[in-house]
Design a protein around this ligand. Structure first.
Ligand code: AMP
Ligand code: MG
Length: 266
C-alpha cells in the first residue's frame, strides 16, 4: 500500500498529499483489482457476522462532492445488507444539541457482528462547528482529546475503527458541483449552501489538518484517500477494509452441539 495513505506522526500538511495519486494503477487495472477483492470482502463480512464478537466502524469524512455517498454505494454494494449499518450525520436536532456531542454518535456505533459506516461523524464537531464558530474555541479544542478517549473505549470493547478522509482538490470540487448544476437529475443534490462552504475551503483544510494530526491513533488510524479519481478511492477503501478484516482473525463459531451424527428426517 502506498505510504502516503496511512497518515504519519507529526503535523499533517494536506499539500503534501496528492488528491490525484493512483499508485501506478489505471482505471482498468484499478477496477480489476477492486473486483478481485470483492469475494474476499463478502466472505470476511460473513465471518464477522457469524462470529458475532467484534464490529467494524468505518468513518467517512470529506468536503462536499468528495465521494462519501459514492463510496458507501460502490464499496459495500456487494456485501449482505443485513450486516451493514449506515448512519448519516446531519446538522444536529434540538434534542441532540441538548446532549453532549457524542450522544447521538454512540447510539449509532455498530453492534457486534456488523459493519457500521458513518457518513460524516463526530468529526463535524471539530470541523463545521469550528470553522463557523458554533461553539466557543475552548469547547471545540477539548474535543480532540474527548474523541480520542471515546474511540479508545470503543476499540477496547470490540469495535475496530477505520477513518477515511476523502481528499479531493478544490478544482475537482468545482467540476463536480458544475456537473450537478448541468444535470437536472442531480439538482436535488445541489445546495447553494455548499458554495458558502466552498468559500471556506482553506479554513476547512486547516481544520482537517488538525483532525488528522491530533486524532490519528494506533487504535483508530486516519487514512488520507486520494479521491479525485473515484475508482481509485473505491479501491483504496476496499483494500483497507479487507486488510483490516483479515487482521481481525474472524472464525466461524463452533456449532453449539455435535452435528456429525445428525440425520435430516424424510
Ligand atoms: P450532507 O452530508 O451533504 O447531507 O450534509 C449534512 C450537513 O450537516 C453538512 O452541511 C454538515 O456540515 C452538517 N452537519 C453534520 N454534523 C454537524 C454538526 N455536528 N454540527 C453542525 N452541522 C453538522
Ligand atoms: Mg453530501
Amino acid at each position: 500500500m502506498p505510504k502516503q495513505l496511512l497518515i504519519p506522526k507529526g503535523k499533517v500538511k494536506l499539500a503534501d498529499f496528492s488528491p490525484t495519486e493512483t499508485d501506478g494503477y489505471t482505471k482498468e487495472t484499478g477496477r480489476a483489482e477492486e473486483t478481485k477483492l470483492e469475494p474476499r470482502l463478502v466472505e470476511l463480512q460473513e465471518r464477522l457476522y457469524a462470529s458475532g464478537k467484534q464490529s467494524l466502524l468505518i468513518i467517512l469524512q470529506g468536503m462536499d462532492t468528495s465521494g462519501k455517498d459514492g463510496a458507501v454505494k460502490h464499496v459495500f454494494d456487494v456485501v449482505n445488507p443485513n450486516g451493514i449499518r449506515i448512519a448519516n450525520f446531519k446538522a444536529p436536532s434540538l434534542d441532540e444539541l441538548a446532549h453532549d456531542f457524542l450522544w447521538r454518535v454512540h447510539r449509532e456505533v455498530p453492534p457486534k457482528g456488523t459493519i457500521g459506516i458513518f457518513n460524516r461523524s463526530h468529526y463535524e464537531d471539530v470541523l463545521v462547528v469550528r470553522v463557523n464558530g458554533l461553539v466557543p474555541e475552548s469547547v471545540w479544542k477539548a474535543r480532540y482529546e474527548q474523541i480520542n478517549q471515546f474511540e479508545r473505549m470503543l476499540s477496547e470493547t470490540g469495535t475496530r475503527i477505520l477513518k477515511f478522509f476523502l481528499h479531493i482538490s478544490k478544482d475537482e470540487q468545482k467540476e463536480r458541483l458544475q456537473a450537478r448544476l448541468d444535470d437536472p437529475a442531480k439538482h436535488w443534490k445541489f445546495n447553494t449552501g455548499d458554495l458558502k462552504v466552498r468559500e471556506q475551503w482553506d479554513d476547512y483544510m486547516s481544520a482537517y489538518e488538525d483532525v488528522l494530526t491530533k486524532c490519528s491513533t494506533n487504535h483508530a488510524p486516519w487514512h488520507i484517500v486520494p479521491a479525485n479519481k473515484k475508482w481509485y478511492r473505491n479501491l483504496v477503501i476496499t483494500r483497507t477494509v479487507v486488510e483490516t478484516l483479515e487482521s481481525m482473525n474472524l472464525q466461524y463459531p463452533e456449532p453449539a452441539e455435535d452435528l456429525s451424527t445428525v440425520v435430516i428426517p424424510d
